[in-house]
Write a protein that binds this ligand. Structure first.
Ligand SMILES: Nc1ncnc2c1ncn2[C@@H]1O[C@H](COP(=O)(O)OP(=O)(O)OP(=O)(O)O)[C@@H](O)[C@H]1O
Ligand SMILES: [Mg+2]
Length: 149
């Protein structure tokens, strides 16, 4: 199953993220892919916002994982700089800590991603529009998509 959604402005992307957050459950894994400036961090901000996190969300390039306290813990990762070198970092630990996990450039660490997860690919159409391709893997994520999309 695959959903295609066109975001027409920043607010569309933020609202979409907030809608996903409302269906959140512990250990929800959201994997974001897509070119530079396509909206991955903005989507992460929407999630954080709706979890009740007041701190500003900045792109976690170093360290690559940032933790925030909200209704659930929020783990925001940007694994771009790892270049696929995941050994010894302990990224997998975050998949079962009971929080919500958002991973930018998730495809670069595909081999350690859980089978059950939500994949979202961002493509730039023009200055303000983004095409989002959303693919749920596993029953619980399919249910989330049915509820939100
Ligand atoms: N519909 C839209 N959805 C998301 N972002 C948009 C949209 N329209 C314009 N933008 C702009 O695109 C940029 C997206 O930046 P963002 O940091 O979220 O991208 P990113 O995918 O995380 O990039 P990077 O790969 O560098 O981490 C912002 O400047 C935002 O204002
Ligand atoms: Mg980013």
């Amino acid at each position: 199953m695959e959903y295609k959604i066109t975001s027409k402005c920043e607010m569309d992307t933020i609202e979409l993220a907030q809608n996903f957050e409302s269906e959140k459950f512990p250990n929800m894994i959201i994997c974001l892919n897509g070119e530079l400036g396509s909206g991955k961090t903005l989507f992460a901000k929407g999630i954080a916002d709706a979890i009740g996190i007041k701190e500003p969300i900045t792109s976690p390039s170093f360290p690559i994982i940032k933790e925030y306290d909200g209704e659930l813990p929020f783990y925001h990762m940007d694994v771009y700089r790892l270049d696929g070198n995941v050994d010894g970092i302990g990224i997998e630990e975050y998949f079962t800590k009971g929080g919500v996990v958002v991973i930018e450039w998730a495809d670069t660490i595909k081999e350690i991603l859980p089978e059950n997860r939500l994949d979202i690919k961002f493509q730039i159409i023009d200055e303000n529009r983004r095409l989002l391709t959303i693919v749920p893997h596993g029953k619980e994520y399919e249910e989330v998509c049915e509820a939100v999309l």
